[in-house]
Ligand binder design. Sequence first.
Ligand code: MRU
Length: 331
Amino acid sequence: MRTIFWKDCLWLIDQTKLPEKEELIACETVDELIDAIKRLSIRGAPALEAAGAYGVALASHEREFSDLEEMKRYLVEKAKIIASARPTAINLSVGVERVLEKALSGESIEEVRKIALKEAERVAEEDVERNKKIGKNGAKLLEDGDIVLTYCNTGRFATVDWGTALGVVRSAIEDGKRIKVFACETRPLNQGSRLTCYELMKDGIDVTLITDSAVGMVMKKGLVSKVIVGADRIVKDAVFNKIGTYTIAIIARYHKIPFYVAAPKSTFDLNRTAEEVLIEERSREELIYCGEKLLAPREVKVYNPAFDFTPLELVSAIITEERIIYPPYEF
Ligand code: MRU
């Protein structure tokens, strides 16, 4: 099953329920989709690209319009709101803008609806195709017996299907290589333990869960041969990804372990530098509670950025659907 798909309305696998249950949410309105994006029921840069694309289609279907002009104004307004639901992964706005642009060329209300949905379906389809290409390209970097450390979730749940960094692992295994994975928990929302471990185990891929703070130790012990992570945005001088990625890159460099990034071209934002990108800050509750249980003094000061950026000098190669890009990075 795909992470996100359209069947009469928009359906998502509710990732907040994993690994306990694989449950679907139906989004019949843009507001429901935005709520799902903010709660991380759907997350991961490429999956957000599809969510943004389908979001515009949803806006065109969710209500009646008195005329075409009113509809187009409504789409433009909703597109802005969807694109800003989470600010760091550029893919969300890429998906929104692509479908909006096509939809605005429609000459009747029905035509706009058709164009928007068709383009959103194309975005989803292309995501699966490009992930397979990323996987095929990246698999060349993996050798039989490699042990890959990964962070956050970059697999089928972070995309429409297959995955980016985990897609590389899947493709290498398909090629007959024996690959094992270390998955970091990825505090505070545990995308690594909840999602990466779940999907790899389901596929029979050898995965070992470690705490985020065990990264240095496993590298020091020689237990990791390569690191592969995904990206939320790649700018002129850095790679944005889940908070903690930068720390892993530094430890990998110290231990001379290759640090690879796997991401589609839509993640590139080469007109910007790292300092110009807004890093999403999430709620204090994510740090001070685990469910109902208080993990810290209720009034403690909290700083909870969801992403960090890793300077390109720490990145050994970037794997895209087109090619593997090596330093010096001249995009
Ligand atoms: O906050 P999230 O779960 O959306 O963060 C996701 C990540 O940081 C992923 O590593 C990134 O989007 C790449 S997914 C192929």
